[in-house]
Design a protein around this ligand. Sequence first.
Ligand code: ZN
Length: 197
Amino acid sequence: MVMPIYLYGTRVFGEPVHRVTQFDTRLAGLIRDMFETLNNGDGIGLAANQVGLPVSLLVMDLSDTDESGDEKPLVAINPEILESTGECTIEEGCLSIPGIRSEVVRAESVRARFTDGTFNLVEREFSGMMARVFQHEFDHLRNKFFVDRISAVRRQLLKPKLSRMRRGEAVVRYPVVSAADERKLRRQDQTGYEINV
Ligand code: ZN
């Protein structure tokens, strides 16, 4: 099932992310839905809070990119970054910030520990594009966006676009929830019927 992606400015990104403690079929189902959502949006990485669930889980799939090598789709539950090495600049985009791209400086490689898709604890090193996507998604789980890592001047230039996104005016070809949609949903909850705002 394709889930709607929560956009920059929605409340889920203000909530703390909880560790996953239940390794069951429900979690497996969520992982499946997240991959479906990721592929539907033509993305390469997705964190659980981007589909409205503040839990420590991210998925990655670089198989359609030139950078994949022989990397299979990856699941990381309760990820931690143990060590970061080097520095490089790469242009990034984000399914929660459609239509905006920017160059971001991050570590070149990272050593990470997480529980994988078969619910086994693993420790491994990522480099290149895998390291880049892993760090981007890991940031999501700490409610940090790539636009928080660019210069203040550049961020100022993006402000009008980010405001339009909050107002629900961004044109997106996959299902999304904007901050404006969230406000509308809350009013529906309170009144039991829809009020157009
Ligand atoms: Zn993102």
